[in-house]
Design a protein around this ligand. Structure first.
Ligand code: SF4
Length: 660
């Protein structure tokens, strides 16, 4: 058989067009095997104090019952590492054999103890043998080499213990906690993240120790996706074994935002067959994490059967760096415009002003005025059910062309054509028309729109391997140098709200992180017929998921971004309660990023590119940050939210909350 020649830029996965899981070596963790031909494993992490044996055991059981197959527990010092023995013994006594993983930061001595007790140890190469001082140091090749020797010496005892005990290891790089050495040489980049892991991996390989899983986490989904892809490429190029990958987005937050952000990062990689174990990090109780991870993974159990997608011989997209696909400006789509949100309201006839609340536009009858919130959609699609009242300024309406052509005033409404209609109609809007096609009609569409600067494509697919099928269509557009703006349309049959969030985030977010797409539309097309109330609820969900996906893929900021850690045994305050409190006071600060971190040991590093930080620094004490700079230390927790707001205010970033 001819060897498969892969197009340049696609070495990070088996195929850009056929679902195929990357073949990795199997790594045994107690009774669970990660990698090889084994199913993708779901894991999560406890949040109770590791010294609380009873509390830890009870939480582990709740996690196991929710579908968790591997449990990580923090071991900040020797005493917690030692207590893993009691937790493990209790669980085994109760008949639970789920393997345990010790989570280590800064404390090799705790790692060495834990490696003799639990089935796997997670180390962070950014802080295993290095203390973070946020210093830029100039290294010569010789002094860099000396540093690596120092790490080797510090790291070798752990490898020895792991080998003796059959303990596996995760080399878990985090974007926010790279060592000063890596930062000085590679910067805060995906390459820096990969090199950080490779430094440790080379030592393991020299010692012939291969029970290794690797992760490249970041709370920035673009960085996270690029880092994993680059890791795979560097492993292959460097002649390393294909170690299994642990996927995760750090500090994803809570609720809808946390789910969407996780899916944009994790789902994008799963689509290309990367990933052998998944942890979804939410600022919620850990038993809520496993079902989300499971929902993401389960999409791929039958994915092999998808309809075929034409192969790509020349891949024009750089998967390791974000570059927005060039598109020309049509009305307010494409070019420098933020991606637009189109919300489908076509299942509601005679919609009223009051119901527009679901798409973020509020009618105030006493003032006869409209207001919109930060998730006020740009366009609604009304299909054959035109809106019978005057629209608010910030929102436009798209109608089916067959309805639009009979309008008296065609100027302020915009037509949507099928390809057949587009080819035969004589009347078009002078500024903005929509042409809806499937991925299979892309060649014909390119011919139809070639020189038209008055049309936006609405691109959808029926292929179950949706993101790659849509990506294939974008590749055709790029190759044909057709710069028409494209809105990606997705629609799902009736399903749980969580699934809609995760699927849309994967299918559209996976394109956006590679710079593909000028808009998003969640459509009601495939849903069953429901009561008016239910349809309104669904529209509300679609509208907010649309904005959520754009934000999670970092392409349009429409709300405050909370980079909140999931909490663990190190956490110094109630993260869920505090996050809710901070959210209540600040969720109108569009585009502002606020880090909420449970501990000062990892928090400042992990909150990555947050604009402001709220970090637990002692019992009842909070340290407040502006960027990476400490602004106030040891603020009593009851005053800390007010102080945080003062810092934002002094910085000129505060605006008063409007009531609608
Ligand atoms: S930042 Fe949060 S999750 Fe990370 S170690 Fe600290 S408390 Fe635990």
């Amino acid at each position: 058989m001819e060897p498969l020649i892969k197009p340049l830029n696609s070495n990070y996965c088996n195929s850009l067009t056929s679902y195929s899981r990357r073949k990795t070596i199997p790594v045994k963790i107690g009774d669970v095997i990660i990698g090889g031909d084994n199913p993708i494993v779901v894991q999560s992490m406890t949040t109770v104090d590791t010294m609380d044996t009873k509390g830890s055991v009870e939480q582990c059981i709740r996690m196991i019952q929710s579908g968790c197959e591997l449990i990580r527990i923090t071991a900040p010092s020797i005493k917690e590492a030692e207590n893993l023995r009691n937790i493990k013994a209790e669980l085994r006594k109760l008949g639970y054999h789920t393997p345990l993983v010790a989570d280590i930061h800064f404390t090799p001595n705790a790692a060495e103890i834990a490696a003799g007790i639990v089935e796997k140890v997670r180390i962070n190469p950014g802080n295993y043998a290095d203390k973070k001082k946020f210093e830029v140091i100039e290294y010569t090749d010789a002094s860099y080499q000396e540093e690596l020797e120092r790490i080797r010496e510090r790291f070798l005892p752990l490898i020895k213990i792991c080998k003796e005990n059959g303990t596996a290891m995760r080399i878990g790089t985090n974007h926010g906690s790279l060592s000063d050495r890596i930062m000085s040489r590679y910067g805060d980049t995906p390459l820096g993240m990969v090199e950080s892991a490779l430094e440790f991996l080379r030592i393991c390989a020299d010692e012939n120790y291969h029970e290794i899983v690797i992760s490249m986490k970041s709370s920035n989904t673009q960085v996270m996706v690029q880092a994993y892809r680059l890791l795979v490429q560097k492993l292959d190029e460097g002649g390393f074994k294909p170690y299994p990958l642990h996927l995760g987005v750090t500090e994803a937050g809570e609720a809808e935002d946390g789910r969407i952000k996780s899916a944009v990062g994790i789902g994008t990689l799963l689509e290309d067959g990367l990933g052998d174990t998944v942890r979804v990090s939410l600022t919620e109780d850990p038993e809520f994490e496993a079902p989300v991870a499971r929902a993401l993974i389960d999409r791929y159990t039958k994915r092999n059967a998808h309809a075929s997608i034409a192969e790509i011989s020349d891949y024009p997209i750089n998967p390791f760096e974000y570059t927005k696909r060039k598109s020309w400006e049509v009305f307010n789509f494409g070019d420098h415009n933020v991606p637009r949100v189109i919300t489908d309201i076509s299942r509601i006839d005679r919609i009223t002003e009051k119901e527009m609340k679901a798409v973020g536009h509020f009618y105030l009858p006493e003032l006869d005025k409209w207001k919109m919130n930060d998730q006020g959609c740009d366009f609604v699609y009304s299909g054959i059910n035109p809106i019978p009242f005057m629209l608010p300024n910030g929102m436009k309406e798209i109608q089916n062309a067959s309805v639009w052509m009979h309008l008296k005033d065609q100027k302020n409404k915009f037509p949507l054509f099928s390809l057949d209609e587009f080819n035969v109609f004589q009347t078009f809007h002078s500024e903005l028309n929509f042409l809806e096609i499937t991925d299979l009609q892309i060649d014909e569409a390119i011919q139809a729109v070639r020189d038209r600067k008055d049309t936006v494509l609405i691109l959808k697919t029926e292929n179950t391997h949706a993101m790659p099928a849509l990506r294939r269509a974008f590749v055709k557009l790029i190759q044909a140098d057709c710069q028409i703006p494209v809105t990606v349309k997705v629609s799902y049959p009736d399903q749980a709200a969580d699934q809609t969030m995760l699927y849309a985030a994967t299918d559209v977010g996976g394109l956006l992180v590679d710079g593909l797409g000028d808009g998003i539309m969640l459509s009601l097309e495939k849903e069953g017929f429901h009561s008016r109330e239910n349809v309104i609820e669904q529209i509300k969900l679609h509208n907010s998921v649309g904005f959520g996906v754009l934000q999670a893929a970092r392409t349009r900021m429409s709300k405050t971004e909370y980079i909140s850690c999931p909490s663990c045994g190190r956490t110094l305050f109630d993260l869920q309660e505090t996050t809710a409190m901070i959210r209540k006071r600040t969720d109108h600060l569009k585009g502002v990023k606020i880090g909420i971190m449970g501990c000062i040991v990892n928090g400042p590093g992990e909150m990555a590119d947050a604009d402001y930080g709220y970090v637990g620094s002692g019992k009842g004490k909070i340290t407040l940050y502006k960027g990476k700079e400490v602004v106030k230390r040891s603020v009593p927790s009851e005053k800390a939210v007010d102080e945080l707001i003062n810092i934002i205010r002094e910085d000129g970033m505060w605006i008063e909350q409007e009531t609608i």
